[in-house]
Design a protein around this ligand. Structure first.
Ligand code: CA
Length: 613
C-alpha cells in the first residue's frame, strides 16, 4: 500500500515537473490573405524550449522555430503564403509529454484592407478612459490586479471609467460634432500604481479588464462606426510596463536597451536629427528608459520588431480601428518605426498613424513626417505628426494684442509661413491641449473670457491640419500642469452615478459652459463634410492693423476667416483683401448674419467672422 502511494506520488511528481505548461500564445490567432505572409507566434511557458514543435495544418507551414536565451520562450515563425482559413493544432512534445494548442487562421472581414483612416475631414475627440465616465462600477476593482481599488479623490489613482461609460455617452459625442475618438491607451496596465493613464502595458493583446473585455472594446468600436465616427487607438512601442513578463522574465538580454541597469532617456530627441549630435546623446535619447517603470524595448532586435508590428496589425484587423496614435514615437528606433509604418500602409493603404512628436520647433516635428526633405534619404513613412509648436503659440496668441511686429496673430502668421518645412501640412495633428499639457484654460476664473475660446476654436477648426479636441474642452474644463498631471485628467462631470453636476446635459451646465458648448457644436457640425476645410488650400495675409485674415479654397468655393487680435474696435480697408473676397457680401456662419463687404469693414474687439462664399 505504502509502495503504491509512493509510486503514484512519483508519477504525479514527475508529471508536474515534465508537463508542458504554456502560459501565453501571442497572437492567439491570425488571418489568411494578409500581404505579409510571415507570422510570428510567441510561445511562453516554463522550460518549453526543450519541446519539439509541430503543427497539424494543411495550408500553413512552419518556416522556422527560434529558441531564445531564456528557456521559457519559443518563437514559431509560420509561412502563410499558401494559407487558407483553417483550424489546426500547434503541438509541443517532449518525450511522452505533449501540449496541444488549438490555433486558427481566420478569414478576413470583407473590405478590411480598404478602411479609410482619419484625415483633415475629421476632428478627433481625445478621451482618457479612466476619467470620462463609469458605466460599469462592477469592473472598477478587479481582485488579483496590483492596483485593485478606486479612489476618485486621488490624482493618480484609478477612478473607474470604462468602455461602457464611453458607449453610454456616444450620442453626446456624436451630437457635439466630432468625427473620431482617440482613446488614451486601453491595454492592460497591471502596475502597482499610476495604472490609470495606461502608458505601461503589461499585456499587448488584452485590454485592461477595468475598462472591459476585448469583446467589449470591439463592440464599442462597432458602435462608434454605426454613428459614422472613427476610432484611433493609442499604442506604445517604445516601452512596456515593468510588470510585463517580457521584463520580469526577459526573453533575451537584448530584448531591452540598457539591460544592466536603469538609464533614463535625456528626453532630447532632437539628437536623432541633429547633424552635430554626439553618439552619446543619440544613444541616450533613444535607448534610455522613459521612466524606471517603463523599460525601453530594443526595436533593433528583429524579433521584438516583428512582435510589435504584428501586434498593431492584429488590433487593426481584430477590432476594426481606423487609426493609431503612437506614443513617444521619436524615442523608438527610427528605422524600425519607419518599417512599421510602411508595413501597416502595405496592409491598409488608407489607414493613418499619428506619432507623438513632442518637439518645440517645426524643424523637429517636420523631420519625423513621411517624405520629409529634412530626413532624406531616410523616410519615416509616418503620415501624421503632432504640431506641438502651434499648440504653444495658440496658448498665448489669443491673449496678446496683435502688433505688426511679432505679437498675437503675427506669431501664428509667421509660424504658418514656415510651413515650407513640412512635407504635408494637411496631415498635421493640431490641438489646443491634450492629456499631457495644461488645458487651454489654466484657471477656472479665466474661462469667463469666451472671446479667447471662440477665436481659438474658430482658428483650430478652419486652419490646415487635423484638429483634435481634448474631452471637457467643450465645457471649459480648466487645468494647469504645474498642479500635477492627474489634474489635467479630471473626471467629466456627470460621468459617475451620483455626480452633483451632469455636464452631459444642458440644464446642468452654466450659461458660459452652454455658450461654449453650443458654439463648438455649431462649428463642428458645420465643419463636418465641408470639403473646403478638409481639402482646400490655405492663403493667409500678413496681420495688419491688428487683424488676421485667411482663405480656405476648394474648387470654386471658399471660406474666409477674419480674426481681430485687438482689444479695441478696428476698421480695415478691404482693398488689400480683394483677391479673397469674390462677392460684395457673404454669410457669417457663426452669427448667421449677412456681412456687407464694401470698402471698409469694422470689427469689434476680439471678434471672429467665418465667411462662406
Ligand atoms: Ca468601471
Amino acid at each position: 500500500m505504502k509502495k503504491n502511494v509512493l509510486i503514484l506520488f512519483f508519477i504525479l511528481f514527475s508529471y508536474s515537473i515534465f508537463a508542458i505548461d504554456v502560459k501565453n500564445v501571442e497572437p492567439a490567432f491570425w488571418w489568411a490573405g494578409m500581404k505579409n505572409t510571415e507570422l510570428q507566434v510567441l510561445l511562453y511557458g516554463d522550460n518549453i524550449v526543450k519541446s519539439e514543435v509541430s503543427i497539424t495544418a494543411k495550408s500553413t507551414k512552419i518556416k522556422e522555430v527560434v529558441k531564445l536565451e531564456n528557456a521559457n520562450y519559443i518563437l514559431l515563425y509560420l509561412d502563410l503564403s499558401g494559407a487558407t482559413p483553417e483550424k489546426f493544432d500547434i503541438i509541443l512534445q517532449e518525450g511522452k509529454q505533449k501540449k496541444v494548442i488549438p490555433y486558427e487562421i481566420k478569414e478576413r472581414k470583407q473590405g478590411s484592407s480598404q478602411r479609410v483612416g482619419f484625415n483633415a475631414s475629421d476632428v478627433l475627440y481625445l478621451i482618457m478612459p479612466d476619467r470620462f465616465a463609469n458605466g460599469d462600477p462592477s469592473n472598477d476593482a478587479i481582485p488579483g490586479m496590483r492596483e485593485s481599488k478606486v479612489d476618485r479623490n486621488g490624482q493618480y489613482t484609478r477612478h473607474g471609467g470604462d468602455f461602457k461609460g464611453v458607449s453610454d455617452h456616444l450620442d453626446y459625442i456624436h451630437d457635439l460634432g466630432v468625427t473620431a475618438i482617440w482613446f488614451n491607451p486601453v491595454l492592460e496596465n497591471d502596475m502597482k500604481e499610476g495604472s490609470y493613464h495606461g502608458y505601461a502595458s503589461t499585456d499587448y493583446y488584452k485590454v485592461d479588464r477595468r475598462f472591459g473585455t476585448n469583446q467589449e472594446f470591439v463592440d464599442l468600436v462597432d458602435k462608434v462606426h454605426t454613428k459614422g465616427m472613427k476610432v484611433v487607438m493609442d499604442m506604445i512601442f517604445n516601452h512596456c510596463g515593468s510588470e510585463h513578463y517580457f521584463f520580469t522574465d526577459r526573453p533575451s538580454r537584448d530584448w531591452f536597451n540598457f539591460p544592466d541597469k536603469y538609464v533614463q532617456t535625456s528626453y532630447k530627441t532632437m539628437s536623432q536629427f541633429d547633424p552635430h549630435a554626439s553618439n552619446f546623446d543619440k544613444k541616450l535619447s533613444a535607448d534610455g528608459w522613459f521612466v524606471e517603470t517603463m523599460p525601453d524595448l530594443n526595436q533593433r532586435n528583429p524579433h521584438v520588431a516583428k512582435y510589435l508590428i504584428q501586434n498593431s496589425i492584429w488590433w487593426i484587423e481584430y477590432s476594426g480601428i481606423d487609426g493609431i496614435r503612437q506614443d513617444t514615437h521619436p524615442y523608438a528606433d527610427y528605422d524600425m518605426m519607419a518599417q512599421w509604418c510602411k508595413e501597416v500602409t502595405e496592409e491598409y493603404p488608407d489607414f493613418n498613424i499619428v506619432g507623438e512628436t513632442w518637439l518645440n520647433n517645426n524643424v523637429g516635428v517636420a523631420f519625423w513626417q513621411k517624405d520629409s526633405k529634412l530626413a532624406h534619404p531616410k523616410n519615416s513613412y509616418l503620415r501624421s505628426v503632432m504640431d506641438f509648436p502651434l499648440t504653444d503659440i495658440m496658448n498665448s496668441a489669443f491673449d496678446q494684442e496683435t502688433t505688426d511686429w511679432g505679437q498675437g496673430f503675427s506669431r501664428i502668421h509667421e509660424y504658418l509661413a514656415q510651413d515650407i518645412v513640412y512635407a504635408n501640412t494637411m496631415e498635421l495633428l493640431i490641438f489646443l491641449d491634450n492629456h499631457d499639457t495644461s488645458r487651454f484654460y489654466k484657471k477656472e476664473e479665466d474661462t469667463s473670457n469666451l472671446n479667447r475660446y471662440k477665436q481659438a476654436l474658430a482658428f483650430l477648426l478652419t486652419t490646415r491640419g487635423i484638429p483634435q479636441i481634448y474631452y471637457g474642452t467643450e465645457i471649459l474644463m480648466a487645468a494647469d500642469k504645474s498642479e500635477g498631471d492627474g489634474y489635467l485628467r479630471r473626471d467629466f462631470p456627470g460621468g459617475w452615478a451620483g455626480d452633483k453636476v451632469n455636464a452631459f446635459e444642458a440644464k446642468d451646465r452654466t450659461p458660459n459652459q452652454n455658450e461654449a458648448f453650443d458654439y463648438t457644436r455649431k462649428l463642428l457640425n458645420w465643419r463636418k463634410g465641408n470639403e473646403v476645410i478638409a481639402k482646400g488650400t490655405l492663403k493667409q495675409f500678413v496681420p495688419y492693423n491688428g487683424v488676421y485674415a485667411y482663405e480656405r479654397k476648394y474648387n470654386n468655393r471658399s471660406v474666409v476667416v477674419i480674426l481681430s487680435g485687438s482689444d479695441s474696435e478696428k476698421t480695415i480697408s478691404l482693398e488689400r483683401y480683394k483677391e479673397i473676397l469674390p462677392k460684395s457680401q457673404a454669410k457669417d456662419i457663426i452669427s448667421g448674419n449677412t456681412i456687407s463687404l464694401g470698402e471698409t469693414l469694422t470689427i469689434s474687439p476680439r471678434k471672429v467672422l467665418i465667411l462662406e462664399f
